[in-house]
Write a protein that binds this ligand. Sequence first.
Ligand SMILES: NC(=O)c1ccc[n+]([C@@H]2O[C@H](COP(=O)([O-])OP(=O)(O)OC[C@H]3O[C@@H](n4cnc5c(N)ncnc54)[C@H](O)[C@@H]3O)[C@@H](O)[C@H]2O)c1
Length: 391
Amino acid sequence: MRLGLAGLGVGSAHFLKAVDAFPQAQVVAAADLRASARTAFEQRYHGRAYEGVEALCADPAVDVVWVATPNHLHCEHAILAAEHQKHVICTKPMAVTVEECERMCAAAERNGVELLCGQTYSMNLDIQAMHGIVSSGELGRLIAVNSWLYTDWLLKPRVAEELDESRGGGVVSRHGPHLIDTVRVLGGGNVRSVRASVGRWMPERPCAGNFSAFLEFEDGTPATIVYNGYGYFDTSELTWGIGSRMYSDEERVSVRRTLRRGTVDAEAAKEGMRFGAGAEDSTSRGSGQIRGVRDGWFGITVASCERGDVRQSPDGIYVYDAGGRHEIPVAGELYGLADLREMQACLTEGTRITHDGRWAQATLEVGTAIVRSGQERREIVLTQARQLRPA
Ligand SMILES: NC(=O)c1ccc[n+]([C@@H]2O[C@H](COP(=O)([O-])OP(=O)(O)OC[C@H]3O[C@@H](n4cnc5c(N)ncnc54)[C@H](O)[C@@H]3O)[C@@H](O)[C@H]2O)c1
């Protein structure tokens, strides 16, 4: 599988580590507006580096375009790739609006290419193992899924589009897909309705910073998602230190002070974390960083069944049942590897992509409903997210 990477930013610095660890994929080309990133790419991967995404898509050596440009460009860039008959891996969120998702799916279908919209925590092996226990029925039927993430998303360097909700900024769009996908994988996928409330409580970061959502699946199973990105309490305190936090407690104090003084140059700080600025060699400082293969956890998720519960453990998952608690070991792996594996299996063995465009479109519909429910202060009954086959 020959990859072309559209966007060489902070996210790509992480995804490339997964590509490096996946021998069946080679990254042969990339596109980025930043000359420094293109130079670093050429030096490190000896591939072609383009300034524009269209030229990347036209490169005959590229089989799959991995879209990792800012959220408001995912639709345009995924469609460009599909129109050039390239398969697409698109990072989360799939796009900004459901209508954009619809156009992306239509372009992939029209051109007969695969569209994988993943890179959410739901694809991690521990969540997949939890799904295995839940769907086996050994604990009886699923009765609830609850997921909590308190983290420091708002304290990290954030450029203009990340704070602009109309361009896919804020925590519902940026981190919501991880949690929405996770509860959807565990709950069977088809969300019937959403009641939620979204908060914007940090004046230095004028965008969605927290949300609380109650989802009901088509079969009546409830799920809750509680997200807080202000960086005070952190759920990693409850998960053996495993999590997606960037700053230590002490660093949070000084970062918050700098933010309040208004003296942060977010663009410069973010630039220092992007591919080409040394971030690809860093082991710990990226946004949503993966320090070890088990880091990158997104909070605490508990799936409750009639006769027991299941959740993540330090080395896999814990199953709580009438016999007590036992741990099932699950290997950790780099963020992004699951996407590569899924696309590779699809292209070589003809297996179905589970996190396809229609799946991610439904996730985005849930995210959109979370925002709308908060604005209108009522339950939103969904249309598309109800119709999907289970992952
Ligand atoms: N930051 C993370 O840790 C992380 C993790 C997972 C997913 N993501 C996703 O990756 C995407 C990018 O986020 P990021 O944080 O890496 O942002 P970023 O700003 O660091 O990276 C975006 C890159 O795209 C380039 N770019 C912008 N417009 C372009 C264009 N028209 N043509 C070519 N290149 C262009 C920029 O120069 C930049 O290098 C987002 O969708 C985000 O949700 C990020």
